[in-house]
Design a protein around this ligand. Structure first.
Ligand SMILES: Nc1ncnc2c1ncn2[C@@H]1O[C@H](COP(=O)(O)OP(=O)(O)O)[C@@H](O)[C@H]1O
Ligand SMILES: [Mg+2]
Length: 348
């Protein structure tokens, strides 16, 4: 059985400007990203990185709403951009998305009921109206909402936390196999974040739904995920079992992140002052570097770093893209799922 969803060597380059020859700039949003999600073994994977590291670009490519510049996304072994009608419909049902503030796209004149009955109707999930409402009430309860306090209301009559729970309920109604959640709690009050994340975790635990949880907040990653991918400027710095990576980071960038953690201020991302003030030339040099993308900030940079490092595997449950680990075996496939599977087996 092919994986449910597989990203193979995804790359995305954005070009902007370009009125005059040579005036255009290129942003390598994602360098080379591979990951597979196996439906037979549900997983909860975090993709973490500071703002601009390529997280949303990866999510959009995985969802088939943005075409990669190179590489491919396969749904059950088939390119998501070349699915037949019925396969596409199944893909739209199996793989759901939750974004930061989904209510930007919902019509404020429609009641919550409309948001929830539409997918039920579209995917023919219920035999009758009564059946549809039974399913909707069940989904609302599963995400910690009381149907009687939710149905019949308009989006603006609910809190941000309740609205995000509605989107989760909506995704759940479709009985997905994978939910890709891009910063699902960053717009929610800090006090509610943990409970919403626990709800996501419960869906993974109780219904076997896999999650790709995207965040700039390492502390929430630690709370819910078993696997983590640390991104820096579109390149994976380190990946592996979440607890190992966070408690004992091996990539110099992961170390920087762990040391810059707790600023429990809503909306504050992990950019330290030094980075915000960095000279434009530095950033451009960083973007054009063919080598390790972290080289200009790395306290342990070496001559070798002018070439992009492969993934080294200092232990079965971890991959590190850094020459400091050059004595370790190389992860030849580049597929982080190998590392995550080892971590899952070790937990048994
Ligand atoms: N549509 C676009 N056009 C040009 N550049 C883009 C576009 N989308 C994203 N980028 C750039 O790609 C990089 C990664 O962006 P993004 O994936 O949104 O990062 P994140 O979600 O981690 O904050 C950023 O430098 C961003 O400015
Ligand atoms: Mg983003």
């Amino acid at each position: 059985m092919p994986p449910l969803l597989e990203a193979r060597h995804l790359r995305k380059v954005f070009r902007s400007g370009g009125q005059r020859l040579g005036a255009s700039t290129e942003t390598v949003a994602v360098g080379d990203f591979s990951l597979s999600i196996d439906a037979a073994r549900p997983s909860f994977t975090t993709i973490a990185g500071e703002s601009g590291s390529g997280k949303t670009t990866i999510a959009r490519m995985l969802l088939g709403i943005l075409a990669p510049s190179a590489g491919e996304v396969l749904y059950q072994g088939r390119d998501v951009h070349h699915l037949l009608k019925e396969e596409r419909r199944q893909f739209r049902k199996d793989v759901q998305a939750i974004f930061q503030d989904p209510f930007e796209v919902y019509n404020p004149f429609y009641k919550i009921d409309h948001i929830l009955t539409t997918p039920v109707r579209k995917f023919g999930l219920a035999a009758s109206k009564a059946d549809a409402y039974d399913k909707i009430r069940e989904a609302l309860r599963a995400v910690g909402l009381r149907p009687e306090e939710t149905l019949g209301r308009y989006p603006h009559q609910l809190s941000g936390g309740q609205r995000q729970r509605i989107t989760i309920a909506r995704a759940l109604l479709l009985e997905p196999k994978l939910i890709i959640a891009d910063e699902p709690v960053s717009m929610v009050d800090a006090s509610l974040r943990a409970t919403i994340l626990s709800t996501l975790h419960a869906l993974y635990r109780d219904f076997g739904i896999s999650f790709i949880y995207i965040t700039h907040d390492l502390t929430t990653a630690y709370q819910v995920s078993e696997n983590i991918v640390i991104l820096f400027h579109g390149a994976v710095a380190e990946a592996g079992h979440t607890e190992k990576v966070i408690k004992d980071p091996q990539h110099p960038y992961t170390r920087e992140l762990i040391h810059s953690i707790p600023v429990p201020e809503p909306g504050r991302e992990w950019i330290d002052e030094a980075v915000e003030e960095k000279e434009v030339e530095d950033i451009e040099a960083e973007e054009s570097a063919a080598g390790c993308r972290y080289v200009l900030r790395c306290p342990q940079a070496m001559d070798q770093c002018a070439v992009a490092p492969p993934f080294y595997r200092p232990e079965a449950e971890r991959a590190v893209a850094c020459f400091l680990h050059a004595e370790s075996p190389v992860l030849k496939s580049g597929d982080l799922n190998e590392v995550f599977s080892a971590a899952a087996d070790a937990q048994k």
